[in-house]
Design a binder for this molecule. Structure first.
Ligand SMILES: [Zn+2]
Length: 265
């Protein structure tokens, strides 16, 4: 029969592949993007600050703890790890120390809530830190599988440097320069793919992306931290189009997520 010739079978195959692809995409469209900052949001402290203070306190004290002010950020990260190596710090010691970093208050409960509602969310981390440290911390807390992806600068174990950090790009932003710009990463990987976006964050470098989000989106801002101060003490609020909630702990975030689910279709 003519119907069964290879040309027709090929057409049928393509047709079914298109249906599967369409179904997959519409499913993704219906999800909410849960986007987490890492330092001071998922964990209580800041990775680079805490490691520097613990392993090379002389350098930390010399800079009065103002590590963020160093420009450019990535070469400075490499200098820190090089200095640790000079001081005979091992990669095992680093990992052990990172394993002891604590999650923010009630984030265990928050992550259990997200696990129980996983089909509604695409859960990602977007951080100006390095991916190596983030993965090692999450692995030790059995949390790595919760996240669909981690967007951060590259980091790898290195003989000479202990950890070698390198940029993944996304640097051409006047506001975020010279660290990674979360808006540029967002535009490349997430924009237009989700029903809405919920961004859980705390820092000054979360302002750039917060300004981009639309009226169906939501930022969850950590009380009294840098982004909170930009919004409420430095007039940043007038530049925000999306909804805003303030959080002190994971239980407050769960409450907001539950509210959002009530109104989502
Ligand atoms: Zn930016």
């Amino acid at each position: 029969m003519k119907f069964y010739n290879t040309k027709n079978i090929k057409k049928i195959k393509i047709y079914y592949i298109k249906i599967i692809y369409y179904k997959k995409n519409t499913k993704k469209m219906k999800k909410t993007l849960l986007l987490f900052d890492f330092d001071k949001t998922i964990i209580q402290n800041d990775v680079i600050h805490s490691l520097t203070l613990h392993f090379i306190p002389d350098l930390y004290n010399k800079m009065n703890g103002n590590l963020y002010k160093v420009n450019p950020w990535i070469p400075f990260n490499n200098e820190i790890f090089k200095e640790m190596k000079k001081n005979n710090v091992t990669i095992e010691q680093l990992k052990e120390k990172m394993g002891k970093f604590e999650l923010s208050q009630n984030f265990n409960e928050l992550f259990t809530f997200i696990k129980n509602n996983k089909e509604k969310y695409d859960v990602n981390i977007l951080s100006a830190g390095n991916k190596y440290c983030i993965i090692k911390i999450l692995e030790q807390k059995n949390l790595l599988s919760l996240f669909n992806n981690i967007y951060a600068d590259n980091g790898e174990e290195d003989e000479e440097n202990l950890i070698k950090v390198s940029s993944i790009g996304f640097l051409n932003c006047n506001y975020c320069n010279p660290a990674l710009c979360k808006s540029l990463v967002f535009d490349k990987y997430f924009k237009g793919k989700y029903k809405n976006v919920i961004f859980i964050c705390d820092g000054y470098n979360d302002f750039c992306l917060s300004k981009k989000l639309g009226k169906n989106d939501l930022i969850l801002v950590k009380k009294d931290h840098a982004l909170y101060k930009i919004l409420y003490e430095k007039n940043g609020l007038k530049e925000i189009k999306c909804k805003i909630s303030i959080w002190n702990n994971g239980l407050e975030i769960i409450k907001v997520l539950k509210e959002e689910l009530k109104y989502s279709v």
